[in-house]
Design a protein around this ligand. Structure first.
Ligand code: KIV
Length: 273
């Protein structure tokens, strides 16, 4: 199938992205870390592409997102931005680039924008980082928040389990979401929280909520591209649906190639100069 699966091929900007909620349009977001995949998913109609710091897990094989550096994120983000024509492109600020001080956060945010060509940056946290979020937005940079399971804090949480089950954490999350909206964020990702809480946050905000493991009441959904395409067999949390089985498609294709090389049928006469 060629071309976009959506009628409107106009570039999605931060304002159009935020307006999608008021227009009742659900937002489909996927992660990507490279040019080739960004081109494919952009043409297939995703509204937004996230260069997640999950690149640390998916591309580099780390157990957490903490090891990925600013330089490495810049490399991934630049590659994705070159491939995306229509989608709103969001890049994660990696661990350590905005937690040290407001000034440091703004400096790193400016560098990410200058060197990559992405449309927006995503930061994990609420009240703890709100001054930095304000500073980045004041510098003219769109920001997407991220609450609930914030993987950069995995060692504080003690694991990747469901967040905000208890009333106190749920209340803090709702108040953080409102703070992020007041600060000028264009959206908030809600990761691995009870669906009922995600619905409450979604109803309380004018900006879109993008859920992952947060039920279907959010204004949009995000998944890791490799996970939803079935490339990572060992990872199947409850919230994940496999929309394809690329693990099988790739092993079948590679198996056919290996057989053809070994039995001498590749390349054939038409494939030679
Ligand atoms: O890094 C990432 O892929 C993310 C999504 C899971 C939201 O932050």
């Amino acid at each position: 199938m060629a071309g976009y699966l959506v009628e409107d091929q106009k570039k999605i900007t931060s304002t159009r992205f935020t307006q999608m909620k008021a227009q009742g349009k659900k937002i489909a977001m996927l992660t990507s870390y490279d040019y080739t995949m960004a081109q494919i998913i952009d043409a297939a109609g995703v509204d937004s592409i996230l260069i997640g710091d999950s690149a640390s897990n998916v591309m580099a094989g780390n157990d957490t997102t903490l090891p990925i550096t600013l330089d490495q994120m810049i490399y991934h983000a630049r590659s994705v931005a070159r491939g995306a024509k229509r989608a709103f492109v969001i890049c994660d600020m990696p661990f350590g680039t905005y937690q040290i001080s407001r000034e440091d956060g703004i400096r790193n945010a400016v560098r990410l924008m200058q060197e990559t060509g992405v449309d927006c940056l995503k930061l994990e946290g609420g009240v703890e980082i709100i001054d930095t979020v304000r500073g980045i937005i004041n510098a003219g940079i769109p920001v997407c928040g991220h609450l609930g399971l914030t993987p950069q804090s995995v060692y504080k949480f003690g694991g990747f389990g469901l967040r905000a089950r208890e009333e106190a954490e749920a209340n803090k999350l709702l108040s953080d979401a409102k703070l992020l909206e007041e600060a000028g964020c264009c959206a908030v990702v809600l990761e691995k929280i009870p669906a009922e809480l995600a619905n409450k946050v979604t109803a309380a905000l004018n900006i879109p909520t993008i859920g992952i493991g947060a039920g279907n009441g959010c204004d949009g959904q995000v998944l890791v591209g490799q996970d939803m395409l079935g490339m990572n067999r060992g990872f199947k949390p409850k919230f994940l649906r496999h929309f394809a089985d690329l693990y099988t498609a790739i092993t079948d294709g590679v198996g056919d190639y290996v057989r053809a090389v070994k039995d001498g049928s590749f390349p054939n006469a038409d494939e030679a100069y």
